[in-house]
Design a protein around this ligand. Structure first.
Ligand code: GLU
Length: 273
């Protein structure tokens, strides 16, 4: 009798433990949302915009925008979970629900609007070229046609534009802009192309090594990516952006992060309601 009683107790304990394991697995599967955090996707390797420092802290204009928006949504800095969002993974991260929103030098385009929605825009940038400081033969897009090796990033609008409009260029697609800039530094490629603010951030980080050349040759309106159809979140982010622009925080963030690269503070682009 005693033995059976003990066995019964053991069986009960085992059942409770099994249930606990199932519950833990279920809650774990529900990502960060249940732990009271908001998950934001950003770049980790773009100085001036969004860079992850060796001590793990994040810094840059996109990070400042993300923090401001998160605070307005009720999430102070200690309740933000940051996820790296490389260019080619952004739509996927939103569609899978792995991030709540993206502040990741993410241009609003018609083809992306098929898959995701955007709050903003919150910044106007434009495609440009970065070369080594001692280069003299690349002065703009026309010089690229002479079999120059150009680096950009998979899944980015600048890479697509080169492919579509400058067929004579040898385009090499890397995963990140920091990898392109290293290849430029060691001579594996001749130029890097993406948005001017990104290129200027790399140039400012290594004074004397690189320079931007030519004019901006596109308009990149940066939006905050949200899941397709999440209009409540989109409008709340738009409210936060408007407030950021009104109370001077937007201007301060621009000065802090792009001042060193020599950009004057522009007017923010009008928000699309
Ligand atoms: N703004 C461009 C884009 O969204 C280039 C920058 C990037 O790749 O993040 O594709």
């Amino acid at each position: 009798m005693i033995l059976t009683g003990r066995l019964r107790t053991l069986a009960r304990v085992a059942a409770v433990l099994a249930w606990a394991a199932v519950l833990a697995a279920l809650t774990g599967a529900c990502t960060a949302h249940d732990s009271g955090k908001i998950t934001i996707g950003v770049k980790f390797d773009q100085p001036g915009l969004s860079v992850k420092r060796p001590d793990g802290t994040l810094d840059g204009f996109d990070v400042a925008v993300a923090r401001y928006v998160a605070a307005r949504l009720g999430y102070p800095p200690d309740r933000i979970a940051w996820i790296e969002a490389p260019s080619s993974q952004r739509e996927m991260l939103l569609r899978n629900g792995q991030v709540d929103f993206l502040v990741a030098t993410y241009s609003i385009t018609d083809s992306r609007l098929q898959k995701v929605d955007f709050a903003g825009p919150y910044l106007l940038a434009g495609q440009s070229l970065l070369v080594r400081a001692d280069n003299t033969d690349i002065t703009g897009t026309a010089s690229l046609q002479r079999h120059k090796k150009l680096c950009s990033v998979s899944g980015s609008t600048p890479a697509q534009r080169i492919k579509d409009r400058y067929p004579g260029v040898q385009l090499q697609r890397y995963d990140t802009y920091s990898a392109c800039v290293e290849a430029l530094r060691n001579g594996a490629i001749d130029a890097v192309t993406t948005d001017d603010v990104i290129l200027a951030g790399f140039a400012a980080q290594s004074p004397g090594d690189f320079k931007l050349v030519g004019e901006r040759f596109s308009q990149e309106l940066y939006g905050i990516g949200v899941r397709k159809g999440n209009d409540t979140l989109r409008q709340r982010i738009n409210d936060a952006l408007e407030e950021m622009e009104r109370d001077g925080s937007w201007r301060a963030a621009f000065e802090d992060n792009f001042g060193p690269a020599g950009f004057a503070v522009p007017d923010p682009p009008p928000i699309r309601r």
